[in-house]
Design a protein around this ligand. Sequence first.
Ligand code: NAP
Length: 295
Amino acid sequence: MSNQKLLVTGASGFLGWNLCRIASNVRRVFGTARSRPESIPAGVSPLIVDLTAESERRRMLEESAPDALIHLAAASKPNYCQLHPRQTHRLNVDAAVALAELCASMGIGFVFASSDQVYDGNNAPYTESTPPSPVNVYGEQKAEAERLIRDRNPSAVICRMPLMFGDPSPSAGSFIQPFLASLKSGRPIRLFADEYRTMVGAQSAARGLLWTAGLKGRLLNLGGKERLSRYEFGLRLAAAAGADSSLVEANRQCEVAMPAPRPSDVSMDSSAAFALGYNPLPVDEELARLSCLNE
Ligand SMILES: NC(=O)c1ccc[n+]([C@@H]2O[C@H](COP(=O)([O-])OP(=O)(O)OC[C@H]3O[C@@H](n4cnc5c(N)ncnc54)[C@H](OP(=O)(O)O)[C@@H]3O)[C@@H](O)[C@H]2O)c1
């Protein structure tokens, strides 16, 4: 077990829960929750923190005294951010930037989970050098946080994460959980055939984020190696779950009204991270490893 201490915000959430389960096998891990501390995995030292409160951010860092912080806590649903821009700005921008600044002053490594939603969706695949041009509030908040974090903490590592799938935490799932529930009960699912992503499994994403905690001052896309539409992904999911593929139906973005505009193709070119050692599993392989497919 390494002597290095890691602090993970959002440990009760989907990605944080997956990441903490891997990290706590090899090092001391502190994980935060705001309202659902019971979802923090066993073996992780829990901290209950409202990250929008300055005093609580400082207390969290003083209590855990980590070598590195992986900041995952966020208002992560684009539709919610679109409807509550000011409230979500406090967590997605103000708290993230303040944490990056605090980490710089305390000599703590800082990794920030940004999103492929900083890209506009019209010119994929995107490399890190494409200027952000988000089409929704969530993407705007991530782009603003990135810019201010780089300004206040030049050593920070910023990871643009793709759409992720995986086993759920006790309180937070990925986008596949409702689809799986439908497939298992024989109900059809409808997915966009005109929305493309370079999705990765949460285990690959978590390993990638843990690897970046050893870097300094980088901006990296951590996408997967395959560009798939959500519909194509649904067919892979059905096959992995042993479900009838005819239950997977295609629709188009314009058929579904949603509060947040959706970029159509935010596939990322992650070759910079691949060249440095990031190696996400192929989608089919990661799907085959999911416990939730066999429950
Ligand atoms: N999921 C994806 O496909 C995806 C794709 C690209 C980027 N990302 C980014 O990856 C990160 C993790 O996403 P996720 O899907 O795992 O999110 P999630 O499941 O929605 O989890 C959000 C986490 O944030 C915590 N939180 C919410 N408000 C808080 C506050 N005021 N103070 C402290 N903690 C608070 C929640 O704690 P409680 O539940 O305990 O209240 C929870 O642990 C986010 O930054 C997200 O933007 C996700």
